[in-house]
Design a protein around this ligand. Structure first.
Ligand SMILES: NC(=O)c1ccc[n+]([C@@H]2O[C@H](COP(=O)([O-])OP(=O)(O)OC[C@H]3O[C@@H](n4cnc5c(N)ncnc54)[C@H](O)[C@@H]3O)[C@@H](O)[C@H]2O)c1
Length: 341
């Protein structure tokens, strides 16, 4: 089986390449990645050691993509800049890396008759809806989860807009060019291999700062640390994508919400408690009351549809996932410290 993973040198892409290489006999994987993240070069080396080639190209550039002659049975799109704040600073760049890349991937999918698995984002939902759900949660203690049919109309950040536009374009290509796809609308993902920063990769950043006895901040939402997310650990996502490759025909042409679900929700206060317990460190956390207009206080995924279609649900709970992250970080501390802020 031939597989292309775009963004194969990123956090999700590299984990996926290594996982699939290990699980599928006679698989040939080609990663397409322009090494735009500091850690992408490190991941490229790891892929090479595992006989996975990375071609350094900009997936958002039509001519560069046209030169890729490798025909894939499956194309998995993991190339994007997933930072919401970065998408505010450089809107045209984000359109190229997150949307034009989808255009070019769809052209290749259509030309080579490949199957497409696309990683979308929970940030396709409007910002104001998150605030409404957060308020309700604080008032009643009741959790509501986002599903595939929830409203996507309204400002959602430039990042969310590019992911939503990509989703829509994929459906358009299905209609016009009869491609087959699976869209995974993912919530927060974490785990070994993630180099968290304030802007992206919060769970990983939290654990790293604990291990290193550094300071952290509860940013936004009055500095309460009550903002909520569900966490999906990377191994569970890789396991899902393997299922989707194997059972593509049963799952195709569907959009699924993917995440840790209600059982794996966490706020920053609870995350601090767990990181503190695992690392045996108590660190100073200050409060920043001002909230970015791109931030949201609440997101929890409904994973009912994917569970109904495939039987998949996350196996790793929060404690197991965070312990695994801690072990990876402490074991590789010296080599990886340069990739954290
Ligand atoms: N990490 C999360 O919590 C999360 C949550 C929801 C969705 N996603 C989605 O998952 C995918 C992977 O995210 P990640 O966390 O691995 O991000 P990442 O930044 O770690 O990896 C992205 C990789 O894509 C590459 N890339 C970016 N633009 C490119 C371009 N134009 N051409 C070639 N390569 C390019 C980068 O160099 C990087 O190696 C993204 O599509 C993202 O939107 C991630």
């Amino acid at each position: 089986m031939n597989v292309i993973v775009t963004g194969g040198c990123g956090f999700v892409g590299s984990s996926l390449c290594l996982y699939l290489k290990n699980k599928i006999k006679k698989i040939k994987i080609l990663s397409l990645d322009n090494l735009s993240k500091e850690y992408s070069r490190r991941n490229q080396k790891i892929l090479k050691k595992n006989n996975i080639e990375n071609k350094i190209i900009n997936v958002g550039n039509f001519n560069q993509m046209k030169n890729i002659k490798f025909k894939a049975d499956v194309i998995i799109d993991c190339s994007a800049n997933p930072s919401v704040e970065a998408s505010k600073r450089n809107m045209t760049k984000i359109i190229e890396s997150n949307f034009l890349s989808t255009v070019n991937i769809l052209e290749k999918t259509s030309h080579d008759k490949s199957k497409l698995i696309f990683l979308s984002s929970s940030r396709v939902y409007p910002i104001n809806d998150s605030y409404a759900r957060f308020k309700k949660y604080l008032n009643t203690g009741k959790l509501s989860s986002y599903d595939e049919n929830d409203n996507t109309d309204g400002p959602k950040t430039m990042y969310g807009f590019t992911k939503f536009s990509s989703e829509e374009l994929i459906k358009e290509y299905k209609y016009s060019n009869n491609i087959d796809y699976i869209i995974n609308r993912c919530g927060l993902i974490s785990g070994p291999g993630q180099f968290g920063k304030v802007e992206q990769g919060l769970v990983s950043l939290w654990m790293w700062k604990h291990i290193n006895n550094s300071k952290l901040k509860f940013i936004g939402h009055k500095g309460s640390g009550k903002q909520i997310r569900d966490v999906l650990f990377i191994e569970d996502l890789c396991r899902l994508i393997l299922i989707q490759i194997k059972e593509f025909n049963n799952l195709k042409n569907n959009l699924f919400c993917i995440g840790g679900g209600k059982k794996n929700i966490i706020d920053l206060v609870k995350l601090t408690e767990i990181c503190s317990k695992i690392s045996k460190k108590n660190i100073i956390i200050s409060k920043v009351k001002k909230t970015s207009n791109y931030d949201i206080p609440y997101y929890v995924s409904s994973i009912d549809k994917i569970n109904k279609f495939s039987g998949w649900k996350p196996k790793k709970n929060l404690i197991e996932g965070l312990k695994e992250l801690f072990e990876w970080m402490t074991k590789n501390k010296k080599q990886i410290s340069r990739y954290f802020q």
